[in-house]
Design a protein around this ligand. Structure first.
Ligand SMILES: *Cc1c(COP(=O)(O)O)cnc(C)c1O
Length: 233
């Protein structure tokens, strides 16, 4: 475990220097950036190690894995739900998620509203925007930019939901900087209507620099921190 901790620490130092270089290039303050450690496929014991490195925010992309792991994790963290979410999992996710990043349709927003209401919670959510213009079946989730306004309006009028910002994943096979530039434009229009919804969750291990350049406030970092995940499914 000692060595594992040292390895993760050295990965974290590399990530932090990438973040600080990207921030100085874009004239942004490091304090604007929140690092979310994506712990999918890694056991609860490894999540607990992250606490020793000062990490407070962790992300999971599957409800079943997340809820099992949370019951085993000993340290306290803010949990982020970042994966595609089936409406029937909303009830479980609201019990532990500080922030749900992946709201991409009305039916899911309705379920989250209902589930948050049932436990008297105000659930913070982000709308996931699909930047992939060549993705007709929306395989990676996200709302089409054209449908963003209607979804944002519904969420902002939902008693138990707080619209906190936007999230996106850079499309495969496209320069992330070009995709995040489109995202920044979408966000700047969105902020005119929702000036308090300032979170922008964008940037993963491979593209955090491009995300910071285009305004990301929350980075979701898995493999650069914890190592390559075994390929499953
Ligand atoms: C797995 C995952 C990440 C982290 O990806 P890495 O490339 O390992 O940093 C970020 N966002 C989402 C939605 C993910 O599913």
């Amino acid at each position: 475990m000692r060595n594992r901790l040292a390895d993760i620490q050295s990965n974290l130092e590399k990530i932090n220097s990438r973040i600080s270089e990207a921030c100085s290039r874009s004239k942004r303050n490091i304090s604007e950036i929140t690092l979310i450690a994506v712990t999918k496929t890694y056991p609860a014991s490894e999540v607990d190690l992250l606490k020793q490195l000062g990490i407070e925010n962790v992300g999971e992309n599957k409800d079943q894995e997340a809820s099992g792991k949370i019951s085993q994790v000993k340290e306290k963290f803010s949990w982020h739900f970042i994966g595609q979410l089936q409406s029937n999992k909303a009830k479980s996710v609201v019990t532990y998620a500080e922030l749900v990043h992946s709201v991409d349709r009305l039916s899911l927003a309705k379920e989250l509203q209902k589930s948050a209401n049932a436990i008297a919670k105000k659930q913070k959510v982000l709308i996931q925007v699909d930047l992939d213009q060549s993705d007709p079946d929306r395989s990676r989730g996200g709302v089409w930019p054209a449908d963003l306004a209607a979804l944002a309006q519904f969420i902002s009028q939902s008693e138990n939901l707080e619209l906190a910002g936007l999230m996106s994943v850079a499309p495969l096979g496209e320069n992330p900087s070009e995709a995040f530039e489109r995202l920044a434009q979408i966000r700047s229009d969105f902020l005119k209507n929702y000036p308090n919804a300032v979170i922008l969750s964008a940037g993963m291990s491979e593209d955090l620099e491009a995300a910071i350049e285009h305004g990301a406030t929350h980075l979701r970092i898995g493999s650069a921190l914890l190592g390559e995940r075994p390929k499953i499914g």
